[in-house]
Ligand binder design. Structure first.
Ligand SMILES: *[C@@H]1O[C@H](CO)[C@@H](O)[C@H](O)[C@H]1NC(C)=O
Ligand SMILES: *[C@@H]1O[C@H](CO)[C@@H](O)[C@H](O)[C@H]1NC(C)=O
Ligand SMILES: *[C@@H]1O[C@H](CO)[C@@H](O)[C@H](O)[C@H]1NC(C)=O
Ligand SMILES: *[C@@H]1O[C@H](CO)[C@@H](O)[C@H](O)[C@H]1NC(C)=O
Length: 672
């Protein structure tokens, strides 16, 4: 912040009778109404442009955000690899249907896929007739998916599996609901499966159940091998495999970028388990999958490097690939041996950006994407700055030099914090992570006020209020984070991008609390942190207006000028966070904008608050704490707006355009 602003804060303190807000326990709301004022100049020049990618998403494979989440694959452990490469192995969560007198199930290494050799063997001992008749419904195996599959009436699902048997096979493939009711079924009969054979079918559901399972059964005596069993709804986003409701909730944020695939997931606890892009491309059946040893679950890697790039493209977000540079949480590759890792990274960039005739670009084209992906950012590692091999022994520089040598335009992100000290190595951006309590987060609005204006810009790729006071994602957390983001916006000359973390959580695997978006097999809701981010989406590519705030320190504010690309309408947006228990009358004074040029019918006041600062959303009350938009009928360049205790508000003054107004402009413009 400019020194002028700091002086005003001091002035405000000396002029006002101030209760000690910051000592008040959260949630205490007092009757006193205080006053504050905010002045800004709408015609300020030169214009201060906020990055087009200022606010975006950090996607990490944590809490089943991908496997069992955004990736719509319904089958968990589809290749039977989760139990490890040695057989016999555990097939969890697959479950056997039938007792030992009727079926014996085991694993062996007979798969036709070289990188994932484990296959399932079912030795069916019972038969349609004779002494050992199979129980009604047959015997076999079922997969419950990730805490139940969401099967919906009228929807279609593509089921694919590989089968082999020396006898003719007769099998039923069905979705079964939680009350054992059949929701969809199809039978196959094949007497020519001596070699592995791919079976593909589309099942249409005639019933709904959010806790279903996929079942493969037979009543015929035979020995059947199964492998790579997949079930995907046909209605994924663009047919690209993303669960539509989870895609939509991300797209609604209009993210400027998406960082992937982590986080610590990039590093791995051990190198052998780290995300290796090359193992995640190509035919899904041939991907080995990995044990996500940081967050402790298996992933089949259906959501691989290609799919992440596709996701970014579908979201209209800039992909930010975080690459493992030979450093895991517990191990480091010797820098003298790092060159193969460097080459592997260059190959990955060529896979994304090379034309379809290049070696790696052709692998991408073969997956159906002829045009290059718009990869412009590569982050070298995650939270690795203080690992010995990163800076001191030079692994970072090997990556930096090699990438810049081939792709000079790619922006490289270092893990080392340049906000306080000058870096000892080149970088285009530096990664900055903050997890702290609500008060600290709110006061960190000033964190970048004194950062160097000359060095690389900040990528605040992970921020979150954590700890008991944040609950499972409450209003308090969202307000503190909103205050922090307002500070980032005010410092957008040195902060280029920011994203909260973690993004997603499957309620059935809440390993990190709190998260921005909560889901189960069939439902999803945003926490207040998610909704708070909606009020920032207009900032991407907007113009920052300097503003001077005179107020208690529990208030923070920023102002932008922005144009809605869809409607072509322009607005002045003032955002204010009240992180205290007092109501405030905020006097707003805007220079350089006269009343005649304000379209009051299109101006709005958006409020994010609740009766209790600890309030959260839930599946039953998904919008208990969500922005409420009201018309601002008396919009003018000088007005007083009431700021409720513990609230985040956005005042949007629509500017009259010079063109003839269309009738629609009399309606309230909903910018959410
Ligand atoms: C507003 O900004 C413009 C352009 O920078 C400047 O000419 C004008 O004097 C400013 N108005 C006030 C009241 O500061
Ligand atoms: C999400 O992951 C973190 C880290 O493993 C874990 O502590 C948290 O319990 C998970 N959340 C859920 C809902 O599983
Ligand atoms: C605009 O309207 C407000 C409120 O009606 C008034 O206080 C202010 O003086 C007006 N501004 C101008 C430039 O007329
Ligand atoms: C807005 O203007 C109307 C009519 O001019 C007036 O009745 C109303 O009290 C005003 N509201 C506020 C919040 O000033």
């Amino acid at each position: 912040m400019e020194p002028k602003y700091a002086a005003c804060v001091v002035l405000a303190f000396s002029l006002m009778v101030i209760t000690t807000y910051y000592l008040q326990p959260h949630g205490v709301v007092t009757d006193a109404t205080q006053t504050a004022s905010l002045s800004l100049n709408a015609s300020q020049s030169p214009a201060k442009k906020i990055s087009q990618r200022m606010f975006g998403l950090a996607f990490e494979e944590i809490n089943h955000s991908g496997a069992g989440g955004l990736w719509a694959e319904l089958v968990s452990n589809r290749g039977f690899e989760a139990g490890g490469p040695n057989t016999p192995s555990n097939i969890s969560p697959w479950t056997i249907i039938g007792n030992e007198a009727s079926i014996l199930v085991s694993t062996d290494r007979s798969s036709c896929f070289d990188k994932n050799k484990v296959a399932l063997q079912m030795e069916v001992l019972c038969d349609v007739d004779g002494e050992n008749i199979c129980p009604a419904g047959g015997v076999g195996v079922y997969n419950p998916g990730y805490w139940g599959m969401n099967i919906e009436k009228g929807k279609r699902y593509r089921v694919v599996f590989y089968v082999r048997s020396l006898q003719p096979v007769e099998m039923s493939i069905s979705f079964i609901g939680s009350k054992d009711q059949k929701l969809a079924t199809s039978d196959i009969k094949d007497d020519n499966v001596a070699e592995w054979k791919k079976v593909e079918m589309v099942l249409e559901a005639y019933g709904s159940d959010a806790n279903s399972r996929l079942q493969l059964t037979t009543s015929k005596r035979s020995t059947i091998w199964l492998d790579q069993v997949s079930a995907l709804p046909l209605d994924t986003h663009n047919g690209h495999g993303f669960r539509q409701d989870l895609f939509d909730i991300l797209a609604a944020l209009k993210p400027g970028f998406i960082r992937f695939p982590g986080g610590s997931y990039v590093e791995g606890d051990r190198l052998m388990n780290a995300f290796r892009w090359r193992e995640t491309i190509g035919a899904w059946e041939e991907r080995p999958g990995r044990f996500n040893d940081v967050w402790q679950y298996w992933t089949d890697d259906g959501l691989g490097y290609f799919e992440y790039l596709q996701l970014a493209e579908d979201l209209g977000a800039s992909p930010i690939w975080v690459v493992n540079i030979g450093i895991s949480i517990n191990e480091q590759v010797d820098t003298s041996l790092i060159m193969p890792f460097v080459q592997d990274t260059l190959d990955a960039i060529e896979f994304a950006r090379g034309d379809a005739s290049s070696t790696m670009g052709s692998a991408r084209a073969a997956m159906g994407h002829l045009e290059p992906f718009d990869l412009q950012y590569v982050a070298a590692g995650n939270q690795d700055c203080w690992k010995k091999n990163y800076r001191v022994l030079g692994s970072y520089m090997k990556f930096y030099n090699a990438i810049k040598g081939v792709y000079p335009d790619i922006k490289i992100i270092t893990n080392c914090d340049a906000s306080a000290a000058v870096l000892d190595h080149p970088a285009d951006l530096y990664d900055y992570h903050v997890y702290t309590n609500a008060n600290s987060m709110f006061s960190m609005a000033h964190n970048f006020d004194h950062a160097s204006r000359n060095g690389p810009k900040a990528f605040v790729s992970e921020y979150a209020v954590t700890g008991g006071e944040a609950g499972r994602g409450n209003l308090l957390k969202a307000l503190a984070e909103a205050g922090f983001l307002i500070g980032l916006e005010r410092n957008s000359d040195v902060v280029e991008m920011a994203s909260s973390a973690p993004l997603f959580v499957n309620v059935n695997n809440q390993r990190f609390n709190p998260d921005a978006i909560v889901f189960d097999s069939s439902k999803v809701y945003g926490t207040p942190t998610y909704w708070m981010q909606h009020l920032f989406k207009a900032s991407n590519g907007a113009t920052l207006l300097d503003s001077t705030l005179q107020s208690p320190s529990s208030l923070t504010a920023s102002a932008i000028s922005w144009t809605d690309a869809d409607s072509g309408r322009s607005y002045i947006r003032v955002k204010v966070v009240n992180f205290g228990g007092n109501r405030l009358n905020l006097r707003l004074a805007i220079e350089g904008l006269d009343n005649k040029s304000i379209e009051s019918a299109g101006s709005t006041l958006t409020t994010l608050t609740s009766t209790n600062v600890k309030d959260e959303n839930s599946f039953n009350e998904p919008k208990k704490v969500a922005p409420v938009i009201n018309a601002l009928k008396n919009a003018s360049n000088k007005m007083t707006v009431i700021i409720p205790p513990y609230s985040f508000i956005s005042i949007d003054l629509q500017r009259k355009s010079n063109v003839i107004q269309d009738a629609e402009s009399n309606g309230v413009h909903a910018s959410l």
